[in-house]
Design a protein around this ligand. Structure first.
Ligand SMILES: [Zn+2]
Length: 391
């Protein structure tokens, strides 16, 4: 985990928002912090309106932009007092929250701001960074994750139990920021989800984020020996083509398959078992469903089993109105240690491959730490079939 801050590059920023975009790219460039559009950042400042009045504004990363490549165009300006007023409501449906945050845009044509906009607004700091750092989440999702996080970070890093992103998270964060612990805090870890840091300067918030993530990686490296390198499995390409065909039939459309770095065949059974206990961060369920397929000697049968298990997972939610997604896997573990992703486009298959690779590393580390306990399936299903994600 490297601190990528470059003073000469940062000096090119003219405004606070320029600097915001610069340090967002540093976070987005590091796949150990965020993957493919994950994570979000914000900046607070003032803007004079048409009548010459100063307005308190928060610029929040908009949906559809990638932290790693975005400039200031990727931020949507919102009325800060309006967001703070929303956080005072006792209840608000997520649909109404999205509508209210849209209403708070200074430019009605601007892209929708991140779902975590109100959470960002609550921090009494100009710069707020939010990542889904692999190392922190590997520890959080390990057996005894809560105790391990406390042991590693001490009292100056607050840890909050998982709640679904959206208005519930905004309310949880409001309470946390009003608590006495917050005055001494340097970061907040949302269990099973990610990390928030903040600062009066872009550098302060970024440095804190890097420090939190580096501490997790360092701790892991002292507890777990480096994962053994895995030679590529010599899977017959014809078998992979057949598997891709079979996945496409279940999906009802042609799927592209991409290779994911393989794992030792001897670890497949344990990885398959652990992968039934939640993804690294909830966002990953959107990309890759709650678990992979495990392919043995009878691929067609294994895919049928996956489809049956996926349908059962959806049905256990008990929501009769819900429209299930096609029951094909987004990634699969093969018994020889090969791993493949599947997606309807090359871009989607690549995202699934990268997310699978991050999950695999975390599962293998957690297996060596003594176990894995990610989000339970009710929380995963609530996110996968969330009204906002379904839309
Ligand atoms: Zn998040």
């Amino acid at each position: 985990m490297e601190n990528l801050w470059n003073e000469a590059e940062a000096d090119k920023a003219i405004t606070g928002l320029d600097l915001r975009a610069y340090s967002s790219r540093l976070i987005g460039r590091d796949p150990a912090m965020v993957l493919h559009g994950g994570g979000n950042t914000s900046y607070k400042g003032a803007l004079a309106d048409r009548f010459g009045n100063d307005r308190q504004v928060i610029w929040v990363k908009a949906s559809g932009f990638d932290l790693g490549t975005m400039g200031i165009e990727g931020f949507t300006a919102l009325d800060l007092p309006a967001l703070l007023a929303l956080a005072e409501l006792e209840t608000l449906s997520d649909g109404d929250m999205v509508a209210e945050v849209k209403r708070a845009r200074l430019d009605p044509q601007a892209a929708a701001a991140s779902i975590e906009a109100i959470v960002h607004a609550l921090f009494p700091a100009a710069y707020v960074d939010h990542s889904h750092a692999d190392g922190v989440l590997t520890i959080s999702n390990s057996t005894n994750g809560t105790a391990l996080l406390r042991e590693i970070y001490g009292p100056r890093v607050m840890t909050l139990p998982y709640v679904k992103p959206g208005f519930d998270l905004a309310r949880q964060m409001r309470a946390a920021l009003l608590s006495p612990e917050f005055a001494e805090a340097e970061a907040i870890i949302l269990e099973h989800h990610g990390v928030f840091t903040w600062g009066d300067t872009a550098r302060e918030s970024y440095d804190r984020m890097v420090a939190i993530c580096a501490r997790a990686e360092d701790w892991l490296s002292t507890r777990v020996p480096p994962l053994p390198a895995t030679p590529d499995a010599a899977t017959d390409p014809v078998d992979i083509a057949r598997l891709r065909g079979a996945v496409s039939r279940i999906a009802g459309r042609a799927m592209i398959s991409r290779p994911v770095p393989g794992v030792p065949a001897s670890e497949i059974a344990e990885i398959a078992r652990l992968s039934r206990h939640g993804t690294l961060t909830p966002e990953h369920v959107i990309h890759n469903k709650p678990f992979p397929a495990v392919i043995g000697d009878a691929p067609e049968k294994a895919l049928e089993d996956f489809a049956a298990e996926y349908r059962a997972y959806v049905e256990r939610g008990g929501d009769k109105d819900l429209i299930p997604l096609p029951p094909h896997p987004h990634w699969a573990l093969l018994s020889d240690g090969a791993v493949r992703s599947f997606g309807p486009t090359l871009a989607r298959a690549r995202v699934s491959a990268d997310v699978a690779a991050a999950n695999l590393r975390a599962l293998r580390l957690a297996a060596r730490l003594g176990g894995w306990q990610g989000l339970d399936e009710a929380d995963l299903r609530a996110l996968e079939y969330w009204e906002l994600e379904q839309a």
